[in-house]
Ligand binder design. Structure first.
Ligand code: DON
Length: 307
């Protein structure tokens, strides 16, 4: 069997093995997400030579939610550099849930850019330009990772905007510590829009593969970020990307990763591949149940653990 056939075969087997899992529920605190099809399940892998492998519902668009966070962090690092970004948001695992009141006692900084508090600050750090508002800049940047223009699911955006008071409260709390360089309401609106950007599992695997490939999109050949920024983002994904499940994830899967409450999950094998799963039912940490199961199994079967 060729290497390509082996990958296709492995994804197909994982899909069959986990499609029947019935645990977890789609997120309900953003009402529009609760309407997702609980049976939807897709897997995708993009190799460093730009080959795209997929199975199941890998072409179904869904919203990025927290999977947007590492890519917006990449933009902030590209524009401002690690030291300046680090003045506003730290890079320590919080061990807490994604929506925790994550503020370091000493400085008031959010613990890291993967929890909501840190992601809102990161989004607020992105300056608009004379030609482009901050959100348009973020959207175009996300599209360069995916290798195509992405758009916003306006219904999901409106649903989160109507119910997202906890995130607004986090933004006000951070501003009270003097650490939000922007109007809290506007920062959170931009953050909600970034969370509502729509992509497929194949797009997400391409985005993860771009980080794994030193910042160069392996499908389009475009340099999206420097190798240094790609490495910085992968480091924070490894330690913080799965929130209060980050330790368990690094132990069992051993790859930098990021989950999202819409049921997306990405993982990156540096210099090897980008992976993505989509399946809306979530566990208690906000991670796709089937996605988690499939990636644990894949990592074990192919020895993908980095350690
Ligand atoms: O801010 C929120 O709550 C959502 N827009 C994103 C949270 C999320 O995806 C957490 N990840 N598992």
């Amino acid at each position: 069997m060729s290497a390509a056939d082996a990958v296709t075969d492995a994804l197909g087997q994982l899909h069959s093995r986990f499609a029947g899992v019935r645990e977890g529920l789609p997120a309900a605190y953003i009402p529009q997400l609760a309407r997702a099809d609980p049976d939807a399940f897709g897997l995708a892998l993009v190799s460093m030579d730009g080959h795209r492998y997929s199975t199941g519902d890998a072409d179904v668009p869904f919203t990025l939610q927290s999977i947007s966070k590492p890519f917006v962090y990449a933009l902030a690092l590209s524009v401002l550099g690690l030291d300046e970004v680090g003045r506003w948001v730290n890079a320590e695992p919080s061990g807490e849930a994604f929506n925790a009141i994550s503020l370091e006692p000493a400085t008031g900084r959010p613990d890291n850019a993967m929890v909501n508090a840190g992601a809102i600050v990161t989004t607020a750090l992105i300056p608009g330009t004379p030609d482009e508002a901050a959100f348009e800049r973020i959207l175009r940047f996300l599209g360069r990772f995916a290798g195509r223009e992405l758009d916003v699911d306006e219904e999901v955006y409106a649903s989160e905007a109507a119910t997202g008071d906890r995130n607004r409260a986090l933004a006000y709390l951070i501003r009270s510590a003097g650490l939000l360089p922007f109007d809290p309401v506007a920062a959170v609106e931009t953050y909600f829009r970034q969370c509502a950007v729509r992509a497929t599992a194949v797009d997400l695997a391409t985005m993860a593969a771009t980080l794994a490939h030193g910042g160069v999109n392996p499908v389009t050949g475009e340099t999206v970020v420097t190798a240094a920024v790609a490495a910085q983002v992968l480091a924070v994904m490894a330690t913080c990307g799965m929130y209060n499940g980050s330790g368990d994830w690094l132990l069992r899967v051993g790859l930098p990763a990021k989950s999202g409450v819409s049921g997306g999950l990405i993982a990156a094998g540096p210099a090897r591949f980008g992976l993505a799963a989509y399946s809306p039912p979530l566990d208690a940490t906000g991670t796709s149940v089937r996605g988690y199961g499939a990636l644990v199994a894949l990592s074990q079967r192919f020895g993908l653990h980095l350690m």
